[in-house]
Design a binder for this molecule. Structure first.
Ligand SMILES: [Zn+2]
Ligand SMILES: [Zn+2]
Length: 252
């Protein structure tokens, strides 16, 4: 399985908005898809799974879909909970802010096909089995276990200390990597706790719950604190924890 973090800042190295690309055709979240990818790369994305409707995870969805307006011959499949899709429709796809879902079509197709998802109910998209599991965030948020025949990757999305997703990880023999929220530096650990994210300190508390032997990649480093967080992780020198590089293509 191929994986990369889609860039969202001018230097291409910090993660202001959240989007992950798997095998070129599946995106997890739509924060930066219209920003960090070429039009050709965007056109290859056939399905997008939304973990929650926070702005950094959905920001560029309306822009991407309308940018591709002329090129699309089939709709982009958007997988989200009904409440998240309703939030996108009510707050982004409105005439005051952009255009409505109903008007998103060209002469060939509607531009978005919506597919509702439910906690703990697996579905298939782009040849991958995807299982959404609720995590611990300020709004209902789903981490995702993404599996092909040979490997599996687990994405926590935005979360603080949590449990159910680690049980799922424990049961997955082909799990290759965990991608976990690491938003704040240690001096903001209190903020990390109340906003349901992680700092290096809370990540270390969480680590014993994460299936042993599986590498843990930190993602979602807030752009302003990236260097602080990276320095703190480097000083831990922990064999299991590394920071995932934005823009680098990983193969699992
Ligand atoms: Zn969030
Ligand atoms: Zn976020």
């Amino acid at each position: 399985m191929k994986f990369r973090i889609v860039p969202s800042t001018l230097d291409g190295r910090r993660q202001l908005l959240t989007s992950y690309l798997i095998n070129d055709s599946l995106a997890i979240d739509a924060g930066s898809l219209a920003i960090g990818l070429t039009p050709e790369e965007q056109l290859k994305i056939r399905s997008i799974v939304i973990t929650h409707a926070h702005l950094d995870h959905v920001f560029s969805l309306p822009l991407m879909v309308t940018d591709l307006f002329e090129e699309l011959r089939e709709p982009i499949n958007v997988y989200a909970t009904p409440s998240d899709f309703e939030a996108i429709q009510q707050h982004l796809l409105t005439p005051r802010v952009w255009i409505t879902l109903e008007t998103m079509k060209n002469s060939h197709t509607k531009l978005i096909a919506y597919h509702p998802i439910k906690s703990a109910e697996s579905f298939f998209a782009e040849g991958l089995k995807i299982t959404p599991i609720t995590v611990t965030h300020t709004v209902l948020t789903h981490g995702l276990l993404v599996e092909d025949d040979h490997s599996a990757l687990l994405f926590t999305s935005d979360t603080g200390a949590t449990d159910r997703i680690w049980q799922l990880a424990e049961e997955c023999d082909k799990l290759q990597a965990v991608f976990i929220d690491l938003s704040f530096p240690n001096r903001l650990t209190d903020l990390a706790r109340v906003s349901c994210h992680h700092s290096p300190a809370t990540l270390l508390e969480e680590l014993p719950k994460i299936k042993s032997g599986v590498p843990v990649y930190a993602v979602h480093l807030k752009a302003m604190y990236q260097h602080q967080v990276a320095t703190e992780i480097a000083s831990l020198n922990h064999p299991r924890i590394q920071i995932a590089e934005v823009g680098r293509e990983y193969e699992f």
